[in-house]
Design a protein around this ligand. Structure first.
Ligand SMILES: Nc1ncnc2c1ncn2[C@@H]1O[C@H](COP(=O)(O)OP(=O)(O)O)[C@@H](O)[C@H]1O
Ligand SMILES: [Mg+2]
Length: 241
């Protein structure tokens, strides 16, 4: 059941130390835009309203789901203590990307649309938003081997977000290809950070089983690499839909 108890996430975040990069070594600060947590929160709330046309609801589950993302992007050590971080499945690290597993309607898609816009002007955080389904249809539109190659090369951009993996079908274009598997594999090979989301594959919302099902879908070579590539995050709560 959805809880009516709302807390203001902005004021919650303000309890934490204000400046985020004070504890970082000097060389980490070089060439980096310093973002204040409170400032990021304000922009997030405003941008959410602007692009989704409604106020961001702030119940405890939503706060926890967002908190882990904020701490990750800001590279704050509180990230490692977040409830939603499955450190029992994959050893957490800021060098790894994010695999967000959760139920439907929890904001996985819409939060990343907001982050994509906010981070456009921040070099080290800028990423491009893709959906797994669109990557498949784009692949199917490719007319020549050169087009296919250029699609995969485009997917070797520095930071990439792929929404809803495991929801796409296999691509069919003179032979079957699992486009997402190929992209993930290339990104692993090139040590590129990836953010991705997927829905639970089980009725009892089991993250470990979901990962195993992803392994069945994309094959053993990718399954083993999930743990090296991703921090595993679980989104909790009831659907906002
Ligand atoms: N914290 C929130 N406050 C208000 N609306 C939200 C919030 N989180 C998600 N929503 C809305 O709920 C719906 C489902 O979100 P979505 O991002 O599509 O979920 P998911 O990708 O996890 O299935 C969308 O209309 C979204 O804007
Ligand atoms: Mg979604």
């Amino acid at each position: 059941m959805r809880t009516n108890k709302t807390r203001d996430i902005g004021s919650l975040l303000s309890y934490f130390p204000k400046s985020i990069h004070n504890t970082q070594p000097q060389n980490v600060m070089q060439n980096r835009t310093v973002i204040d947590r409170r400032h990021l929160w304000n922009i997030f709330e405003k941008t959410f309203y602007k692009i989704h046309g409604k106020k961001l609801k702030q119940n405890p589950d939503a706060i926890n789901n967002l908190k882990v993302l904020f701490y990750y992007f800001l590279q704050e050590d509180e990230f490692f203590k977040c409830e939603n971080l499955r450190n029992d499945i994959s050893k957490p690290s800021f060098q790894k990307g994010l695999l967000i597993i959760g139920g439907f309607g929890l904001g996985k898609t819409d939060y990343f649309k907001v982050f994509e816009i906010i981070f456009q002007r921040i070099n080290h955080l800028r990423f491009k938003y893709y959906t797994s389904k669109k990557l498949v249809t784009d692949y199917e539109k490719c007319q020549t081997p050169f087009d296919k190659d250029s699609l995969f090369r485009d997917a070797e951009r520095k930071l990439m977000f792929i929404d809803d993996i495991n929801s796409e079908r296999e691509a069919s274009n003179y032979g079957k290809v699992d486009v997402i598997e190929e992209i993930l594999y290339r990104r692993y090979d090139n040590r590129l950070k990836t953010y991705t989301t997927c829905n639970y594959t089980t009725r009892d919302n089991c993250a470990k089983q979901t990962l195993e099902d992803l392994g069945k879908r994309y094959g053993g070579r990718i399954y083993d690499r999930f743990f090296e590539m991703f921090n595993i995050i679980e989104f909790k709560g009831t659907s906002f839909r």
